[in-house]
Design a protein around this ligand. Sequence first.
Ligand SMILES: [Zn+2]
Length: 298
Amino acid sequence: MIRKGAYGVFVFTVAVASGRCFAQQDFSGVEIKTTPVAGKVYMLEGRGGNIGVSVGSDGILIVDDQFAPLAEKIKAALAKLGSDKPKFILNTHWHGDHTGGNPQFGRDGTIIAQTNVRNRLIAKQELFGKPVEPLPKEGLPVVTFDESLSVHFNDEEIRVIHFPHGHTDGDSVIFFTKSNVVHMGDHMFAGMFPFVDLDHGGDVEGMAKNVAKVIGEVPPDVKIIPGHGPISTLDDLKTFHRMLVETTDIVKRRIAAGKTLEQIKAEGLPDPWKSWGNGFIKTDSWLETIFKSVSKSQ
Ligand SMILES: [Zn+2]
């Protein structure tokens, strides 16, 4: 289910998420691909987190905006859908591969995000051991909320719901209620181990809980936009959830048996999860994330 290149995209994402090596990255070869998802919703793929788009008579609303150097290309793709000036920009979380375009899109549109997202974006952060500079004023969320918010746009209610302590502490999942589409943000990496940002309020078991909640709330024929990877089904999301639960259980059992992190890594993971480590987050790194996450919450 993973298209070729999906891993490459994430490798890149992580490399530039720091922002420091940002200028050295070459975005010139990146093309923006537009795919209809369902109802009023489209997905744009370039480099970084998948962009969700609501298209209709009220105009354009986008969910996440990838990297700043891609803003012009993203605008060109949006123009083909009706307008290159989205009225609303929803940020699923603060990471630079989802918010890099904010300073451009925030000039003409209103950026909306959970309170913790603005708090992260307004201050200097550190990610992967590298500094991440704050965004300028025009790139910051103007409307913030703590738990949930709705945007009534293009004849549907677009529900923005905070799911705490999953991928970070400020993630939202976006429900396009009539189009029957959900944008998971980085609460779903399709077919690959996710990055869980333990330093910014992320938690592996919290992520599993949050994903279970979404699974319980959506109809069986829902279309899912993951943060990274191709458009997915409810079954794909269930598999992602099962991966989170089963791999966490494995690590917990090994910890209970007195094994060290090195021993846990040496034992690896059984099928069917082996292939999930072919992306940027290798099996070793995933096991270490679980180890640190469950040790922290004990
Ligand atoms: Zn992220």
